[in-house]
Design a protein around this ligand. Sequence first.
Ligand SMILES: Cc1cc2nc3c(=O)[nH]c(=O)nc-3n(C[C@H](O)[C@H](O)[C@H](O)COP(=O)(O)OP(=O)(O)OC[C@H]3O[C@@H](n4cnc5c(N)ncnc54)[C@H](O)[C@@H]3O)c2cc1C
Length: 229
Amino acid sequence: MKSQILDSQTAERSQRFKGEVLLNVEIANIERSLDGVKIERSPGEIQEFDKVVFATPPDQVMAPLADPTDAEIKRFSGWKANYATTTIHTDTSMYGNHHIHHPSEFDFFQIDTRWGYNSYLNQLCDISSSQDYFLSFQLEKMIDPVRIIHTQEHHTPLYTTESFRYRDEVLATNGENNTYYAGAYLGDSLHEGAIASAFRVVQLIGSPSALSISGFNGKNTNTLRLAKA
Ligand SMILES: Cc1cc2nc3c(=O)[nH]c(=O)nc-3n(C[C@H](O)[C@H](O)[C@H](O)COP(=O)(O)OP(=O)(O)OC[C@H]3O[C@@H](n4cnc5c(N)ncnc54)[C@H](O)[C@@H]3O)c2cc1C
């Protein structure tokens, strides 16, 4: 099987994979047949594969599919994008304003009609520095702009009743049309759900890696190791 990885955050991890690894590639078209999958990268440049795995947010599935079935259109059309912004900063003023002398790992604050949190990175990530570092979510109004180090936008699935309606059907038909899906949206929407869904795909494809995860019970992902194929 020829293999490629087409996502932007796998540069370091890709060292462990066999085959050619391509990053930050724009996919024009994905065409499936009984024999396999044809992926068109740029106009005219077509490569053939046995299978395709979508590890993207679910709202990204439909666009590159040249030949979506009615069932696929039904299962994925309800998914929309949701954008969340986080901020890395060094501002401690919100603690002083609430007479809190020391941050804890996660501190929640109420602003107007919504809440946000600060996670204390020195404690959470074991950073030994006299400078306090925080990752905050929805606290932009409380943070002095000059104390902001980085702002990150995250593309996540928008979880609604409509988007969830066919989620179990995606799970039940995973692998149909030589097409597989992995992502937190197929589990608990958190890290564990994302990892568990990827393991399920590995098992469905029947990779040798599946042998080393056959004891996976979905509860202790920290102890799992993928075998080198
Ligand atoms: C602010 C925030 C805090 C969180 N905190 C926690 C926490 O404390 N604990 C926890 O368990 N979970 C947490 N989560 C949730 C957790 O991060 C996610 O559930 C998990 O990372 C999702 O993994 P995933 O593989 O499904 O998707 P992602 O990690 O989002 O991976 C999707 C990949 O698809 C790529 N991609 C997108 N579009 C395309 C495209 N068109 N073509 C090719 N590639 C594409 C993206 O670049 C990305 O690499 C948090 C999420 C956010 C946003």
